[in-house]
Design a protein around this ligand. Structure first.
Ligand code: SAH
Length: 467
């Protein structure tokens, strides 16, 4: 069975450093149930492919060695040597163990950079589940392709086989790509060759904790990974929820005690100016329905509900605590029917497609993108500009150049502990223009707050209009 990982870009032979595998010498690894080989079918500056070939020994499977099921004939006659299964996952974790941790010594910066990576997984058993391939891999930021086959070309009536050749491509950290494949192969294959117990819950949380807890197919993935053993599935879901709550509380503490940012911004009362500018932009584009994604405690929503022009106003945020505060501040529970009809709030992440984001004239994403890992930005871009596709998008983010004006921010520091990055005007505009071109929008920029001739304004805003 074959897994290939391809990197397209510059100096791509450095993939070998991230994988800790010499490209000039094919290597063999003896595993209990067969042998794994690593080699590079393609090696050039622009494109490098690493291959992991797994040669399962069917005799070992049958003779009570590792991987045998002691199930009589099954051990002799089965698809295991020819498909991507939990055997492949075990091989991945043995052969690419260091790459999965992301440690890369002299090449750490490269390891921490999302790369244009493609993985091809041959003969993935996927009986009747091929639609799930999109639903599982796309939210993780991949373009998904798969090839299906007839069970037997001589007997077309037998229909399609249960196997697919799957290719996923995205801009992603190598370690995340490997972890996704490692966890998700057995989700589709469903036949684990080893005993599934509590260790398996820990393994799932260790390798998927950060990307699974908000995944729209979390239940499907968890349940399949833990072969539908309810106590294990419940345990895993509960642990993920507890971890997510801790994160939300962190976020909430940041929101409740915005000491750094607010102290700094107080002088200019930047928040109010920002919301004023967003409302003005919404009025300018005559939006009647607005969704505020990453609405936090609902500051913008409170502005919008007061204005007649906005007939439908919705807030969404990943943090349930922020939403509870938003509801309190908007006094939704005590509101009259007309207000209730106008406003709604729901919990969701802008990294995953959500049908509820659709159907609004305008979407606002105010001071949110800087909270996202850069590796997840492309998922956000696709969710908002490709899937949701509102007529207008209004997006704001801090202008890093302006930070020197704030006494409390040291050079090269970010405005807020929770920010993952902050952009200069040039960085923001380059990103926004690329998105606009890619998804058929035009974009106009403006600054919010006092404008410094050299540094620009404290907040930068982009208004995207669908062509
Ligand atoms: N737009 C609000 C809040 C900004 S703070 C305002 O201007 O006041 C950033 C908000 O983004 C937080 O409420 C946080 O919970 C939310 N957020 C962070 N990651 C998110 C995600 N993946 N999906 C949705 N909201 C997210």
């Amino acid at each position: 069975m074959l897994l290939t990982i391809t990197w397209r870009g510059h100096n791509t032979t450095d993939l070998s450093f991230l994988l800790f595998k010499n490209p000039y010498r094919p290597q063999k690894f003896e595993l209990g149930y067969g042998d794994a080989y690593v080699f590079y079918p393609e090696l050039s500056d622009e494109k490098t492919t690493a291959a992991l070939l797994l040669d399962i020994n069917p005799v070992n499977l049958a003779r009570g060695k590792e991987g045998s099921s002691a199930a009589g004939l099954f051990d002799y006659v089965n698809d295991r040597p020819y498909v991507s299964s939990s055997f492949m996952s075990v091989a991945i974790s043995s052969v690419f163990r260091t790459a999965m941790t992301g440690r890369a010594d002299d090449h750490q910066e490269l390891s921490d950079t999302p790369l244009d990576l493609e993985a091809a997984i041959t003969m993935l058993p996927c009986r009747g589940d091929s639609a799930m391939l999109n639903r599982v891999f796309e939210p993780l930021g991949y373009y998904v392709r798969f090839e299906t086959f007839l069970t037997d070309e001589k007997f077309p009536d037998w229909g399609e086989s249960k196997y697919v050749n799957l290719t996923i491509r995205g801009k992603i950290l190598l370690r995340d790509l490997i972890k996704h494949i490692y966890i998700l192969i057995p989700v589709f294959d469903r036949q684990k060759h080893y005993w599934v117990g509590n260790d398996e819950v820990e393994k799932l949380l260790r390798n998927a904790g950060d990307w699974l807890s908000n995944h729209p197919e979390k239940s499907f993935i968890t349940s399949r990974y833990l072969i539908r053993l309810s106590p294990l599935v419940n345990n895993a879901i509960a642990k993920m929820a507890a971890a997510a709550d801790e994160n939300v509380i962190d976020e909430e503490e940041d929101a409740a005690d915005p000491a750094e940012t607010e102290k700094i911004e107080k002088k200019l009362n930047l928040n109010a100016k920002r919301l004023g500018s967003v409302v003005a932009a919404l009025k300018n584009c005559k939006a009647r329905s607005v969704i505020d994604i990453g609405c936090g405690e609902g500051n913008l929503l409170r502005f919008l509900v007061r204005e007649k022009q906005f007939e439908r106003v919705t807030g969404a945020d990943v943090s349930s605590l922020a939403l509870t505060r938003a509801k309190e501040k908007l006094r939704i529970d005590e509101a009259n029917d007309s207000l209730r009809e106008k406003v709604s709030i729901f919990q969701s992440s802008l990294l995953y497609k959500d049908i509820r984001f659709k159907g609004y004239d305008a979407a606002c994403v105010i001071e949110v993108i800087e909270h996202l890992d850069t590796a997840r930005l492309s998922a956000f871009e696709r969710v908002l500009f490709e899937f949701t596709k509102p007529r207008y998008v209004i997006l704001t983010t801090p202008n890093k150049e302006y930070n020197v004006k704030y006494e409390n921010i040291d050079e090269n520091k970010l405005r807020h502990g929770n920010h993952r990055f902050e952009w200069t005007r040039d960085e923001f505009q380059t990103w926004a223009r690329k998105i606009a071109d890619q998804y058929g929008y035009t974009v106009k920029f403006s600054g919010i707050g006092e404008i410094d001739d050299e540094l620009g304004a404290s907040t930068q805003m982009g208004v995207f209009t669908l062509c």
